[in-house]
Design a protein around this ligand. Structure first.
Ligand code: ZN
Ligand code: ZN
Length: 101
């Protein structure tokens, strides 16, 4: 699935040519702000490489759903999907200790 050019153009404009990732656990505090080159889209080997990611995973026709991520953040993002997409962790009950005789 891909975004329409209309959405991606606006998203790139909004990003200002910098990674828009604000996720914790990527080694950056707040916004990543990694400088990116528009021509380096999809170039994983380049430190200016980047890609579009879908926040919802549904590739909606909304600019809000489309974020510009540097390659590193995009990689981390695909490894850790949004919380709502993760399976719900059920309450872990404490282990039952065997009764002492
Ligand atoms: Zn980034
Ligand atoms: Zn990040």
């Amino acid at each position: 699935m891909v975004f329409s050019n209309e959405v991606t153009d606006k998203a790139w404009e909004r990003s200002g040519g910098k990674c828009e990732c604000t996720r914790p656990g990527h080694g950056h505090t707040g916004r990543c702000n990694q400088s990116l080159l528009k021509t380096a889209k999809g170039k994983e080997a380049s430190s200016y490489g980047w890609t579009f990611i879908s926040v919802s995973g549904l590739f909606k026709k909304e600019v809000d759903d489309c974020k510009v991520y540097c390659t590193k953040c995009a990689e981390a993002f695909t490894k850790t999907p949004p919380a709502k997409m993760r399976p719900v962790v059920k309450d872990v009950k404490p282990p039952i200790r065997p009764m002492k005789k």
